[in-house]
Design a binder for this molecule. Sequence first.
Ligand SMILES: [Zn+2]
Length: 115
Amino acid sequence: MADIKEREESKKFRAMGDRDYMRDFVGGRQVDDCESCGFALRREPDHGTEEDGSLSGIYCSVCYQNGAFVHDASDVNDFLTKAAPDIAKYRGGSVGKIKLTLKKDLKKVPRWSGA
Ligand SMILES: [Zn+2]
């Protein structure tokens, strides 16, 4: 009897372990934001590319191509002037609206937050 119970218990633990694993797996698939312009990297084409052609995990395709920043900018305003038209083209919307949105958001983005 005890033997069967023990087996049942261990089965239960294994099942729980699997669920935990699945939860972590799903939890790990959160959407990252580009660390240059702050836009979400939802789909594969959203990701920038490294020099070897692999996808960047932290920069988007508008900001980062072939291992380098597309817009060589010294500060946020410089970046907005150069990048906003490209971002507007890729994401849709007007250049002016993109600039307004980004001006706020970019303060939190690693490339510009001074962190
Ligand atoms: Zn970006």
